[in-house]
Design a protein around this ligand. Structure first.
Ligand code: SF4
Length: 411
């Protein structure tokens, strides 16, 4: 079973026919030498690597030439074993705005395997007939940012010059293939009645799902590229009101509606395992002590799972709500005297262990810092195509790895 990812390159905003007003890359300063964040890919004794310096900012040079994309495809195919099962088109820019998009689809369509577009805003689709053509060439699944089915809102907030055509393409795709629509929810703009219209429209057209994303406008809500606020003066929903909104909509429309960071009401995730006492019993027991760092939203759930396994240490969190977006500055908020001698960081946090150890030992107590597993659960973007059992398995794997780490390194 082989899965080919086709990277077309491109820069967010610049290769998306201009920035959406809410784009998290808007306002990121172009610096010749940006300060690296530090991450799990860095070398042990040096802070900074291509991932946490350039990739995180999506510092691509622009869309790749079709010839280069074709060469990459050929090279990757030669290195692959097994039958090609699926192709995913991805990139920093928006595939619908790729200048040679139709040629690319022709090229990939000739391989006669299902094609998946990892993310598109649809801003570059200006002819409804393109939908039929893409389906004929093998497009089978797409994640499509709808934002709103009101063309004027797409025009104003996404800079979509042809919103009617983009929506027509979306509607046709919903009828023919698996469409997961997405909408970043800007309170007062595309929530309330407008969101009801969007859900109804997607339900009628036959979309598989709708992922709602809570808008973040401050650093503690997850911004890491020194570009807060993304929309000046914009109100932001609380996590609980966002979660309630998702639950309510999912109950009333006949399509799967989930939210990120919280939650997927159909599966009861993230942290679905908390409703499964028998599975909690099967997790390894925590036998040592180590402090855990997590995001402000996940911390209490992580604490509950670990406590059910005999844990006696605290899960700490800075104000930053999302664990994967914790940076060195966030660690400075942690109350050091309450930390154990061993501290485990979220696996994908943007911190270098060496710097973290320095910050978390600033009270004179030398602490060992270890990086934890990449994921402990599935957020809605991951869980949208999954079953509850698949999410539970992911949680069992994540927490088992975490508990082994505590037992191996804790005190
Ligand atoms: S389409 Fe996505 S990446 Fe491009 S500007 Fe809009 S939000 Fe940013």
């Amino acid at each position: 079973m082989a899965h080919l990812t086709v990277d077309i390159g491109g820069r967010p905003g610049l290769d998306c026919q201009g920035f959406c007003k809410y784009c998290y890359f808007k306002g990121v300063r172009e610096e010749d030498e940006p300060e690296p964040l530090g991450c799990k890919y860095c070398m042990p004794f040096s802070v900074g690597c291509d991932y946490c310096t350039n990739f995180v900012r999506e510092r691509y040079t622009g869309f790749k030439d079709l010839r280069d994309v074709a060469d990459d495809v050929l090279g990757n195919l030669q290195m692959m074993g097994g039958n090609l099962e699926r192709i995913t088109i991805s990139g920093g820019g928006d595939p619908s705005c790729y200048p040679a998009f139709e040629d690319l689809m022709d090229l990939l369509g000739s391989m006669e395997v299902p094609i998946h577009i990892g993310y598109t805003s649809g801003k570059g689709f200006d002819d409804p007939a393109l939908a039929d053509r893409m389906v004929e060439l093998g497009l089978s699944e797409v994640s499509f940012t709808v934002f709103s089915v009101n063309p004027e809102l797409r025009r104003e907030w996404m800079g979509d010059k042809t919103p009617e055509a983009s929506l027509a393409v979306l509607g046709k795709l919903c009828q023919k293939i698996d469409v997961y629509a997405a909408a970043l929810i800007i309170p007062g703009v595309n929530d309330g009645e407008d969101l009801e219209r969007t859900c109804k429209w997607l339900e009628e057209k036959g979309a598989k799902g709708l992922i709602l994303m809570r808008f973040a406008n401050r650093e503690d809500q997850g911004l890491i590229l020194k570009n807060a606020p993304v929309v000046k003066g914009q109100r932001v929903q609380t996590v609980s009101s966002f979660r309630d909104m998702v639950t309510d909509l999912n109950g009333r429309y006949n399509l799967r509606i989930s939210g990120t960071p919280l939650w997927d009401p159909t599966l009861g995730s993230p942290f679905a395992i908390l409703d499964e006492p028998e599975l909690l019993e099967k997790l390894p027991r925590v036998r040592k002590r180590a402090s855990l760092i997590s995001g402000a939203i996940a911390a209490r759930y992580v604490q509950d799972v670990l406590d059910a396994c005999g844990n006696k240490s605290w899960v700490h969190s800075p104000k930053k709500e999302i664990a994967c977006l914790i940076t060195r500055d966030d660690l400075k908020e942690i109350d050091l005297p309450s930390l154990e001698k061993v501290v485990i960081l979220p696996g994908r946090s943007f911190v270098h262990e060496m710097e973290a150890a320095e910050i978390l030992s600033a009270d004179g107590v030398k602490r060992t810092v270890i990086r934890g597993p990449d994921t402990l659960t599935a957020d809605a973007e991951t869980s949208m195509g999954m079953t509850r059992n698949e999410v539970l398995q992911m949680e069992i794997d994540g927490f088992s790895a975490l508990i082994h780490l505590i037992n191996q390194n804790g005190v």
